[in-house]
Design a protein around this ligand. Structure first.
Ligand code: FMN
Length: 193
């Protein structure tokens, strides 16, 4: 049986981003549990800030269509989520909003969020590790877009000290929890094949 296809991206594109690092670790771990992994950067899908008249006049931008198609080409999606002002980073929210507006060839509403499974985790220099961004992101994905999101998630606090020299999570318990998130993602993605 072929491996499930998993898409990985970070809600930050910042140089030195903790969430880019977390996404890179997810790629490494997912490959060890028999997933075919694609990693993308939202920097390769620049999008204007969503605005209703813009959509009414021009439709979703090409990059929103491309990102939607990229998501739909996978059985599972892992998102590393930065926390801004106790919520989701604007770049990530904007990308999800645009993707939710793309409807091709009679797609159902929220087509990109159906028929696949999502997993989320966060890293932040703060003490809560971006947990509040995960609460908000889960709400957006599940309640806003009707997505299936695995129950397991990890918020990595004090992220500037949380990774070792090999870019692994230094704390063993947290590292194991992160593996559990990804294992559940792959197990459930297999059911979507
Ligand atoms: C506008 C703004 C608001 C922020 N709010 C929070 C916050 O509520 N909680 C938190 O843990 N970190 C907050 N931070 C700090 C970010 O977590 C930190 O910049 C982090 O490194 C961003 O993720 P990245 O490393 O993946 O780019 C905020 C940063 C900015 C710029």
């Amino acid at each position: 049986m072929p491996n499930p296809k998993i898409l990985v991206f970070s809600g930050s594109t910042r140089t030195g981003s903790h969430n880019v690092r977390l996404a890179a670790l997810a790629v490494k771990e997912l490959a060890l549990i028999d997933a075919d992994v694609t990693r993308i950067s939202l920097a390769d899908y620049p999008l204007p800030l969503y605005e209703g008249d813009l959509e009414a006049n021009s439709g979703p931008p090409d990059n929103a269509v491309k990102l939607k198609q990229m998501i739909m080409a996978h059985h599972g999606v892992f998102i590393a989520s930065p926390e801004y002002s106790a919520s989701v980073a604007p770049m990530l929210k904007n990308a999800l909003d645009w993707v939710s507006r793309v409807r091709e060839r009679g797609d159902p509403t929220y087509a990109a969020f159906e028929g696949r499974v999502f997993a989320i985790s966060s890293a932040s220099p703060g003490r809560a590790g971006g947990l509040r961004s995960l609460m908000a992101l889960r709400q957006i994905l599940e309640l806003g877009c009707g997505a299936l999101v695995v129950p397991e998630q990890v918020a990595i606090p004090q992220a500037d000290h949380a990774f070792d020299d090999m870019d692994n999570i230094a704390d063993i318990g947290t590292a194991n929890l992160f593996r559990a998130v990804l294992t559940r993602l792959v197990d459930m993605a297999r059911l979507m094949m």
